[in-house]
Design a protein around this ligand. Structure first.
Ligand code: AMP
Length: 618
């Protein structure tokens, strides 16, 4: 149950823990929530300002750090101490970015080319994780200021193509900023969620998410079924975006006014002014036919038709990426059910037109393309906070789930990283004749012995009708539903008796605990294999002792005194070894006992057959 608290600042009731959604972007970042009353996603903004926080960090004198709009002003006046696009460095080594090193106007350390990059500012070194954490801290502070409540939990989005190292780096940045990162979500998944796609578990859809931002382009093809998002393919260009559109306009104006490259290189002020006017023109042309302005003596004008002409080539490049992504996904365009537009540059009418033409359908552009990813992250955050019980939780199981079997072994039913919802069943049987109950103990973890894993629940299946050992069929099923709740059921199939129990596996384990459990399973792998083998040998030995004793009991009259004494002696020896012997000794004694009983077992079997044959007329 969500806790309700009273907001001291406003006196109103509110949830104690508001989980926010964060879009940590290359150019801009922002934070969104689900509005507690309207239940709609809302990008947070201070009065009259934009929801976007430029992803720029400036390091001033006396270690004064500024982030966002304030910091952006220093991009021109103090480039060496102003860090932008830190996201491009996340989880990368210098070798990874060598080709684009010119892009960065600040100092990226290049002496240790294999290890993760650092940025040098004055005499200090910052990792991309630290740089991102400054942006996240700013977003956290902004959210706290607007919501008037502490914000400690967040869902953060990353590009679909981010690898594990990059995702981990993003998580760490969150941690450094004082945020508990509950989930890392793919940006295209978040954008789809913002449009309500994938919220209905019955829905099956294939979605293209076209994301054209300021400096990057991504196309992702997703498939949703059973409430699970699967990335079928991704493509894009990490150096193609709205900035290129601006440059195309600048070039057009330079041509018209005979401004040379040399002038642009030397006259930084003019270059900057032209760039800003070009961006203004581009935005203006998204809903006007012509843009007219001037800088000093230069009359600056451009029509939509001219703009389309100089940018068609850029848009075409994105379409080629879409084509490649479709090919990789193994799909034809008519198999795409929805097209979602993300990123400020998708406001350009030519972009919408060409994307719509390529996919042969209308695109989703109803939501603000700059805010849609953060809004989707907020939708996910809301689901995680348990406010939205109707909706599914898109998740995988972080650790394996299973039950305890003979000898304290872990029998895994749902391996870790399984997608949820999921359902698995397996049959077990009784060990003893007439056994009427069965204890089902549920564990989570990667170790072979349940004692090293985490116990989640235990219950008894009772009322199994009396049957010889091995005859009852007890089906144990694990069902993790869309809310992440595990239901364990045990049912004896012949009689139909059944019991079940509900467990919440995900909750209560921190990332560190999950990590530790995984690490433990690796460190102890060898020892676990040995223990499992010993436990299995002991179990087999106990079963053999039981059946042998049973056999002697039933057939005492057909056995010689010597056979009985020898067998009892061997059993005694085996019992001792079960307690103190190693695996090989136990297995050796099992074999010895088998060798001892085989001759008389076979003799009795032959007798029984010949008796049976005698009675029959052929
Ligand atoms: P993002 O990285 O998603 O924040 O995208 C920012 C990019 O969107 C920048 O290149 C902006 O110039 C561009 N942009 C913002 N608004 C508009 C608009 N109305 N028309 C065209 N481009 C825009």
């Amino acid at each position: 149950m969500a806790k309700i608290g009273i907001n001291i600042a406003t006196g109103s009731l509110q949830q104690e823990e508001m989980i926010v959604g964060i879009d940590l972007g290359t150019t801009n970042s922002l934070v969104a929530i689900i509005h507690p009353e309207s239940r709609k996603p809302l990008a947070l903004k201070e009065h009259n300002s934009s929801s976007l926080v430029p992803s720029v960090v400036h390091f001033g004198e006396h270690n004064v750090v500024t982030v966002g709009e304030e910091a952006r002003k220093f991009l021109i006046t103090d480039p060496a101490n102003t860090i932008f696009s830190a996201k491009r460095l996340m989880g990368k080594s210098y070798n990874d970015i060598r080709q684009n090193a010119d892009f960065f106007t600040y100092k990226v350390i290049d002496d240790n080319t294999e290890s993760l990059v650092k940025v040098q500012v004055g005499d200090r070194f910052y990792s991309p994780i630290e740089l991102s954490s400054f942006i996240l801290k700013e977003l956290k502070a902004r959210a706290e200021h607007i919501l008037k409540t502490p914000v400690t939990k967040a869902v953060i989005t990353v590009p679909a193509y981010f690898n594990d190292a990059q995702r981990q780096a993003t998580r760490d940045a969150g941690k450094l900023a004082g945020l508990d990162v509950l989930r890392i979500v793919n940006e295209p998944t978040a954008a789809s969620l913002a449009y309500g796609l994938g919220l209905d578990p019955a829905q099956e859809k294939t979605i293209a998410v076209y994301d054209l931002g300021g400096g990057t382009f991504d196309i992702s093809i997703l498939k949703i079924s059973n409430g699970i998002f699967e990335v079928l393919s991704t493509n894009g260009d990490t150096y193609l975006g709205g900035d290129d559109f601006d440059r195309a306009i600048v070039r057009q104006w330079m041509k018209e006014h005979g401004i040379t490259d040399e002038t642009i290189r030397t006259n930084k002020e003019l270059a900057q002014a032209l760039r800003l006017k070009a961006e203004a023109a581009k935005k203006h042309l998204s809903n006007h036919e012509v843009f007219i302005d001037s800088i000093d003596k230069f009359h600056l004008q451009i029509t939509v038709a001219e703009f389309n002409k100089v940018t068609a080539e850029l848009v075409n490049r994105t379409i080629e990426c879409c084509r490649a992504a479709m090919k990789d996904a193994g799909l034809e365009v008519n198999q795409i059910d929805e097209v979602v537009m993300v990123g400020g540059s998708t406001r350009v009418p030519l972009v919408k037109k060409m994307v719509s033409a390529f996919f042969g359908r209308e695109v989703h552009d109803e939501l603000n393309p700059d805010e849609v990813v953060a809004m989707g992250a907020a939708v996910q955050a809301d689901i995680l906070s348990g406010n939205n019980k109707d909706f599914l939780l898109l998740d995988i199981t972080p650790l394996s789930l299973g039950i305890e079997t003979m000898g304290g072994l872990m029998d895994v039913l749902i391996p870790r990283n399984s997608k949820i919802p999921t359902r698995v069943g397996r049959q077990y049987t009784t060990q003893k004749d007439g056994q009427s109950g069965m204890r089902i103990a549920v564990y989570q973890g990667e170790r072979d012995l349940v004692k090293d894993n985490r116990k989640l629940a235990e219950f008894n299946l009772t009322g199994i009708p009396a049957m010889p050992a091995g005859l009852p069929k007890v089906e144990v099923s694990f069902l993790i539903n869309a809310d992440g709740i595990l239901v364990v059921k045990a049912k004896e199939i012949r009689s139909g008796v059944e019991t079940s129990i509900e467990v919440k596996p995900q909750y209560g384990l921190t990332d560190e605990e999950v990590e530790k459990m995984l690490l433990d399973s690796i460190t102890h792998a060898k020892e676990d294999i040995a223990t499992r083998a010993l436990v299995e040998a002991r179990t087999e030995a106990r079963q053999l002792i039981d059946t042998t004793l049973n056999f002697i009991e039933k057939n005492r009259e057909f056995l010689t005194e010597q056979e009985i004494t020898e067998t009892m002696g061997a059993i005694e020896g085996l019992e001792k070894l079960i307690l103190s012997g190693n695996k090989d000794q136990v297995q050796g004694a099992v074999e010895a006992l088998n060798n001892l009983s085989r001759p008389y077992a076979e003799r009795l079997m032959d007798q029984a057959i010949s008796m049976a044959m005698k009675g029959k007329k052929i």
